[in-house]
Design a protein around this ligand. Structure first.
Ligand code: NAI
Length: 720
């Protein structure tokens, strides 16, 4: 092939057996994307295929990828993000549908050979082929994640999938956006055959011979008796769609419109001619693609996939390989960090001071691995092999080969300093020492180090296996190499690292501090616990502040607040509620006594006994609107202070950290994107009013005032 053709990322080669091989291979990227340019190229190559078919010089067409582990990752989200007009978006969808319709009309057998991830437009292309083959590579997945980005499959997916796999299977795939593994795909006739990863290409060739010689026919999904009952008659379908609607409403809380629209499209297009059905799909896509929710979800996706760019490539290159991790402290965090590293096939030495806690930490890690295995993340045998990577120890004898030590011992500076001294003696000089502290100064800890340049913070969030954020804390002494090693390790762990300057509370806890404290003031003003939590949960936070305080523990909250108070001053004057709860012997969920009562870890409702400690309902307590403004605007304000002090590099880092570390609702696009949508002028006015009426802690940050006056925003305006 001439070079310029190859550079287009899609090539056609016809072999001696007259089989056409369409190979996707996007230059300079790990994944293939269906950009406009690639779609145009595919369109042109289909014309070429047609002319070869017309002259009898083609017997079959295969679509595959030259990228290991990736078939096609979908459309280019940047193109979707740039769409501002519903008609333009619908036209884009029609264009894609047309190209895939041409694929489906080719008069020779077409085969999609999927070895790796096949998502979105990739799956829609595969559905337009006559046959689909999947490799048994552990990472092979087939899915339509569009609804998670606020749109729906717009290249024929909502139309072809239900016809291929049945309505219920299709709804499962489209509405959850969760990709399916090859075996499940085969059971629903989404793929015709699963082939071994080794020799995949030979397997594909053998399959083509079967196809050409007529020994195999495209798979047809055999519905079960109940599926037929529900899907093959009007009444059953009505029931099916209404149940799916109920489940979707519950899951999305009415905040994510795409799954519901996709559901409507599948229902409305059932039984229609494909052309008519595709038109309905295109229009629905057009409407969704320009909604603010779609833009916000895409922004979070972009921030998440772009997390690695927080460190310039030239610095990231300085990272040292981490083949062995030493985890010091086998408690809640240490055990989970050990499991995380082992699950990614990194050797771990897990150290504690006593056998009891060490065994508990190992047990915790084991449980987490088994849970992952039961969810099919990896096989049971693999889970065993991964667990065998963790070596439990009570001294530092095994630390001589450790590349990265992560300390997760009790939150006391003196103990951590002692641990650092001991570890440094045992560690090789090249090793990086990371602390998982959530509230202590990394610089102060490093001041006692022999090699302070190698000390860094790696702040994981609880529960480690679920929370994607890791704050990577840099002190003035931290070397680029140590920073890059810690940052790279977090990436290898599949986390989203955000670089934070060493300062009290780092970023996330610094913002959560005033938020949780404000909840205390609202309680003192007579807002009932449930009302407070509901008002904030209604905004979209995964849980209200009282429930979060229960999870964190009141003792930990008090400790973090006192550390934070040094920096925040009167912005964090404690409300007094936490102190009263602690005096009453309450610690939160961990001793079953928080704002809520817990039995065996399960919440049993708000504790009515709290009446002794909190004022009764006020005659005119702050309403939901004021609750939300007070709790959320203090976070925005604190973010402005943090940005002024260069705690993180910019608004994007704040938004990524808040979504990944606190579950700030993704559909709002992040804390500061949401602030922009509220309008900074209106936030400043509100803060000033609250400062006058409620307390000086609301005094707006100078940076926020400046931005409001200049008409600036934290983030680029949403393109709608
Ligand atoms: P934990 O109390 O569950 O575990 C601490 C472990 O360290 C215990 O097993 C203890 O025996 C061990 N230990 C104490 N001194 C030691 C020493 N000299 N050498 C080795 N092991 C020693 O504590 P947790 O909750 O796991 O927290 C650990 C660290 O992680 C703290 O710095 C905490 O601030 C931080 N963190 C905790 C989070 C949480 O939600 N629990 C979240 C993020 C950070």
């Amino acid at each position: 092939m001439p070079k310029d053709v190859q550079e287009e990322g899609l090539t056609l080669a016809v072999d001696n057996d007259n089989i056409g091989w369409l190979t996707f291979d996007r230059p300079g990227s790990k994944v293939n994307l269906l950009t406009t340019a690639i779609m145009e190229r595919l369109d042109a190559l289909i014309t070429e295929l047609q002319s070869r078919i017309a002259t009898g010089k083609l017997v079959a067409v295969v679509m595959w990828s030259d990228k290991p582990g990736s078939f096609i990752a979908g459309a280019d989200v940047n193109e979707i993000a740039a769409l501002t007009d519903a008609n333009e978006a619908a036209a884009k969808s029609r264009k894609g549908q047309k190209v895939f319709a041409r694929v489906s009309r080719l008069t020779v057998p077409t085969i999609a050979a999927i070895d790796g991830s096949c998502l979105g437009g990739g799956t829609e292309l595969a559905l337009a082929c006559d046959y689909r083959l999947a490799s048994d590579r552990p990472s092979t997945r087939i899915g339509l994640p569009e609804t998670q980005l606020g749109i729906l499959p717009g290249f024929g997916g909502t139309v072809r999938l239900p016809r291929q796999c049945g309505i219920q299977n299709a709804l499962n795939v489209i509405l959850t956006g969760a990709p399916v593994k090859p075996d499940r795909a085969r059971r629903m006739a989404l793929v015709d055959r699963v082939l071994s990863e080794e020799g995949f290409r030979d397997g594909v060739r053998a399959f083509i011979r079967e196809v050409i010689t007529g020994r195999v026919k495209p798979s047809v999904y055999e519905k079960s008796f109940t599926e037929r009952l529900l899907e093959d008659n009007g009444l059953g379908r009505k029931l099916l769609f209404s149940m799916a609607r109920g489940r979707t409403a519950k899951r999305t809380g009415g905040r994510y419109p795409a799954p519901m629209v996709a559901l409507d499209v599948v229902e409305r297009t059932h039984g229609l001619q494909v052309d008519q059905a595709l038109e309905i799909e295109a229009r629905a896509l057009g409407e969704l693609a320009v909604t603010p929710v779609c833009k916000n979800l895409i922004r979070i996706f972009q921030l998440s996939t772009g997390a690695r760019d927080a460190l310039p490539a030239a610095v990231l290159e300085k990272r040292r390989p981490v083949e062995r991790v030493g985890v010091i402290g086998a408690g809640v965090m240490g055990g989970a960090i050990a499991e995380l590293a082992a699950s990614k096939d990194v050797d771990v030495v897990l150290k504690d001071i006593e056998q009891g806690p060490l065994d508990a930490g190992l047990h915790h890690a084991h449980e987490l691995l088994e849970k992952a295995a039961s969810k099919g993340v990896f096989g049971a045998e693999e889970a065993g092999l991964k667990f065998a990577r963790i070596q439990g120890v009570l001294d530092y004898a095994e630390f001589g080969q450790v590349d990265l030590a992560i300390e997760a011992v009790v939150e006391r500076m003196a103990v951590k300093k002692q641990v650092l001294r001991e570890a440094e003696e045992a560690l090789p000089e090249r090793a990086v020492f990371a602390t998982n502290t959530s509230s202590l100064s990394v610089s102060e800890l490093a001041s006692g180090a022999t090699r302070p340049a190698r000390v860094v913070g790696l702040h994981f969030f609880n529960p480690v296996h679920r929370m994607p954020l890791v704050e990577v804390i840099r002190t003035p002494e931290t070397s680029d190499e140590a920073l890059a090693t810690a940052f790279g390790f977090a990436l290898d762990m599949d986390k989203r690292p955000v670089i934070v300057r060493d300062s009290p509370g780092f970023l996330v806890n610094r913002l959560l501090g005033p938020y949780l404290n404000e909840a205390g003031y609202l309680l003192e003003e007579g807002v009932p616990v449930r009302k407070l939590d509901d008002a904030v949960a209604d905004f979209g936070m995964p849980m209200g502040p009282c429930r979060l305080l229960d999870e964190v523990g009141f003792d930990v909250a008090r400790h973090v607040a006192s550390e934070l108070g040094r920096e925040l001053g009167e912005r964090l004057t404690p409300s007094g509620v936490i102190e009263r709860l602690l005096e009453d012997g309450r610690l939160g969920k961990k001793n079953g006594l928080g704002f809520y009562i817990y039995q065996d870890g399960r919440e049993k409702g708000v504790d009515s006994d709290l009446r002794r400690l909190l004022p009764g309902p006020a005659s005119t307590p702050p309403n939901d609107e004021e609750i939300r403004r007070r709790c959320l605007y203090v976070m925005v304000n604190e973010a402005a202070f943090a940005l002024e002090q260069e705690v993180v590099e910019g608004a994007a880092a704040v938004d990524l950290a808040m979504v990944m570390g606190t579950g700030f609702p993704p559909f709002r696009g992040g804390l500061l994107r949401w602030a922009d949508s509220e309008g900074l002028t209106s936030i400043v006015e509100s803060l000033r009013e609250l400062a006058g009426r409620v307390g000086p802690r609301f005094e707006p940050a100078p940076r926020l005032v400046r931005m409001a006056e200049a008409g600036d925003s934290f983030t680029a305006p949403v393109a709608v």
